[in-house]
Write a protein that binds this ligand. Structure first.
Ligand SMILES: [Mg+2]
Length: 196
């Protein structure tokens, strides 16, 4: 039987990057009276009263910080991998600026390298020259790659565009999307594909 390949988003799926950024980098500076659960838009510039440039500068700087390099994996997701990871093939696919990719790559293989052996990225800022337009977003990347049976991501736009390729998609629950499922339910959903 051909193994099922799962394509995993990295930030806010394999890890809890935005929560960590919010609690460590943002809240300590601004002393917002907000909770992580209040971040109901992506990017959360209106809620946080930040200009887009200021927001991206803050998260991109945090992405290469020691704290982010050593962030813990999402414990539920890591637990799922320990129990079920060997039943599937895995690809990690991130949308980030190139300057943050070496640190993320090290992070992925340090924590998930027993199961994930393929990592790709699409540049989230215009910082990569020499790449064709085909690979400018996750939809284009996966269309080019021609691999992936299930795609899991917290970004609604990514989920909708990848769905159009005929790939099964799962929206990973975060405050800024409208997923109605809990993390445990979402991870259980993956197992049903293995039974086909
Ligand atoms: Mg994400």
């Amino acid at each position: 039987m051909k193994p099922i390949t799962i394509v995993w988003d990295v930030d806010d799926v394999l890890n809890e990057f935005t929560r960590l950024w919010f609690e460590k980098a943002l809240k300590s500076q601004h002393k917002f009276n907000l909770l992580f659960e209040d971040i109901r838009e992506n990017p959360p510039t209106k809620i946080l009263r930040m200009k887009e440039q200021e927001y991206f500068r803050s998260i991109d700087r945090f992405r290469v910080s020691e704290e982010a390099r050593n962030m813990s994996p999402n414990p539920y997701v890591l637990g799922w991998f320990k129990q079920h990871g060997h039943k599937f093939e895995h690809i990690a696919l991130s949308s980030r600026p190139l300057s943050t990719i070496p640190a993320l790559s090290e992070w992925i293989f340090r924590f998930y390298g027993s199961w994930i052996r393929t990592f790709g990225y699409v540049p989230s800022r215009k910082d990569v020259l020499g790449s064709t337009n085909i690979k400018k977003n996750k939809h284009g990347y996966l269309k080019w790659l021609g691999k992936g049976d299930i795609f899991i991501d917290d970004n609604t736009d990514n989920v909708l565009t990848v769905e159009s390729l005929g790939i099964e998609t799962i929206l990973f629950p975060q405050p800024w999307n409208n997923s109605t499922l809990g993390v445990g339910k979402v991870l259980n959903l993956l197992l049903k594909y293995n039974l086909k």
